[in-house]
Design a binder for this molecule. Structure first.
Ligand code: NA7
Length: 493
């Protein structure tokens, strides 16, 4: 279960220099594993001023991880201090800070530097930052995640709004919500968390819903001091909890997503039960989706429906026509007057490390390589014609509901094994073969049949070529497939 322990490179092995982009969960993990292997020659470039990735970017009220905390940890770093079953955002960021300190990673991190351009010269990646600063290494690892490009909706008049307006990932902490008329556009995971938190404040909340979402009723709970003390004394409890959630996600939730069966029926029944807690028949009808649960990333919330039934919350289902100075005008002609407008409209999830441009030794850019079909990668992490470049959490990793940390450990272990082969002199450059990548995609397309993601809904997984950028089998199978690199699937130079 634990992240594969990375053995130190044998004495005399070549040690490459590695450039990592991003000091979020995956960048820190990559750094830890490099150090475990005895490689100290690496730098992490982080565009902001602190570690934490998405947990540093987001500060909206109600921010929490919808994966249980004891599962949303590095497998080798259980945290007995979690205060809730679903850890709050600031708590997770503290955990990331603690990891950076404990593993002495800060001296490798260059903050407030964003990579703009990376060119492979045949042996090394030459990376140029926006500031003009340069660095290079034999390997380049993008650990930028996929939830960091806020998506502004294309709604006419957005710029004309006279009140305060911001995206959920750019929360304006200076705005006091008390007594205000707030408009919230979007009812995804973020919107649902904001509704649950803001509905408790003395303010008026107008929720603009374009598409209803299914909500899975997983109750939160606080871990009392006595329980946290117990976990400190007996680490096996946290390890057991990790194992339990890992098995449950793999065998039940992931299985429900990829194939019809009792798991899917059970998730559907629980979502329906949750929805039936909405007493008013009109409100319930308005909140009822017309597609299968999990086709869109399912929302995990015990509080969302009770919050929607609070008198201070109004659901608006009429199409947004335009934003005006005073508020939002809907298709029924009504103006909804607002003081604050929050855009919980998600992220451009297919951008990954861009706007960074990669160029290979033959002058081919990543934009050109991905132009026709959108983001494509061998097992989500390596791209034909782009040697010695790895992408953590790229297209077709198991990013639907589940712990991204869990599978990122498998990805990083794989990258470390490739670096190990480099250390042994088995290659100078390695990039996946096009035919191996095509075969991987043939398998993906075949496995996608029967998954909920192709059952008919708009979701942010779907890529340019219509193929959802998720892993259509159980996460365990992803980890198993990455157990060991098959060097015959790569062009070695
Ligand atoms: P999501 O899941 O992409 O949700 C975005 C929401 O915003 C969703 O309800 C959209 O409705 C709505 N939306 C987007 N554009 C518009 C416009 N133009 N008009 C009205 N409504 C709009 O983003 P989240 O931030 O909630 O979650 C992203 C991930 O972060 C989440 O899955 C977790 O992994 C953490 P739609 O359904 O498209 O009709």
């Amino acid at each position: 279960m634990n992240a594969p322990l990375i053995p130190p490179l044998p004495a005399g092995a070549r040690k490459p220099r590695v450039v990592i982009l991003g000091a979020g969960m995956s960048g820190l993990l990559m750094a830890i594993q490099l150090k475990r292997a005895g490689i100290e020659d690496f730098s992490i470039y982080e565009k902001r001023e602190e570690v934490g990735g998405t947990w540093r970017e987001n500060r909206y009220p109600g921010l929490a991880c919808d994966v249980p905390a004891h599962y949303y940890t590095y497998s080798f770093e259980p945290n007995p201090e979690w205060h809730h079953r679903f850890a709050r955002g600031p708590e997770i960021q503290n955990y990331m800070r603690h990891i950076a300190d404990k593993y002495d990673l800060r001296r490798h991190i260059v903050f407030s530097e964003e990579a703009a351009d990376a060119r492979f010269d045949g042996r090394r990646w030459q990376v140029t930052m926006k500031s003009g600063r340069e660095d290079s290494g034999e390997f380049l690892v993008s650990a930028c995640g996929f939830l960091h490009h806020p998506r502004e909706p294309e709604i006419p008049g957005l710029g004309r709004f006279a009140g305060k307006r911001f995206h959920s990932a750019r929360w304006d902490m200076s705005v006091d919500l008390k007594g205000k008329r707030i408009g919230l556009i979007g009812t995804g995971s973020t919107g649902a968390q904001i509704v649950s938190a803001v509905s408790k404040l003395p303010c008026q909340l107008n929720v603009f819903q374009r598409t209803p979402q299914w909500v899975f009723p997983l109750p939160d709970r606080e871990y009392p001091l006595a329980e946290r003390e117990l976990l400190k004394r007996f680490p096996i409890i946290a390890r057991t909890a990790y194992k339990f959630f890992d098995q449950s996600f793999d065998r039940v939730l992931a299985q429900a997503m990829i194939q019809p069966g009792w798991q899917r029926r059970m998730v559907e029944a629980l979502c329906q039960w949750n929805l039936d807690r909405v007493k008013d028949p009109l409100l319930r009808r308005q909140l009822t989706p017309d597609y299968q649960p999990m086709c869109k990333r399912i929302i995990m919330s015990w509080d969302f429906y009770p919050a929607m039934q609070r008198p201070s919350v109004k659901l608006v289902v009429d199409r947004i026509e335009r934003v005006e100075e005073q508020g939002i005008r809907t298709s029924d002609g009504q103006l909804h007057p607002l003081d604050v407008l929050v855009l919980a409209t998600g992220f451009n999830t297919h951008e990954y490390m861009r706007p960074l441009e990669l160029t290979n030794a033959k002058g081919l850019t990543l934009s050109q390589a991905w132009n026709e079909r959108g983001p494509h990668a061998y097992y989500s992490l390596a791209i034909p014609d782009f040697p010695n470049f790895f992408l953590l959490g790229g297209p077709h990793s198991p990013l639907a509901n589940g712990s991204v940390i869990r599978y990122t450990e498998a990805l990083v272990a794989y990258v470390m094994q490739c670096i190990g082969h480099y250390g042994q002199g088995r290659f100078n450059t390695l990039a996946p073969r096009q035919d191996a990548t095509d075969a991987f995609y043939d398998g993906l397309r075949e496995s996608m049949q029967g998954t909920v993601w192709v059952s008919g809904c708009q979701n942010w997984y779907i890529g340019k070529d219509g193929l959802p950028e998720v892993w259509p089998r159980r996460p365990r199978e992803f980890n198993e497939a990455l157990r060991e690199p098959k060097l015959e699937a790569f062009e070695l130079g």
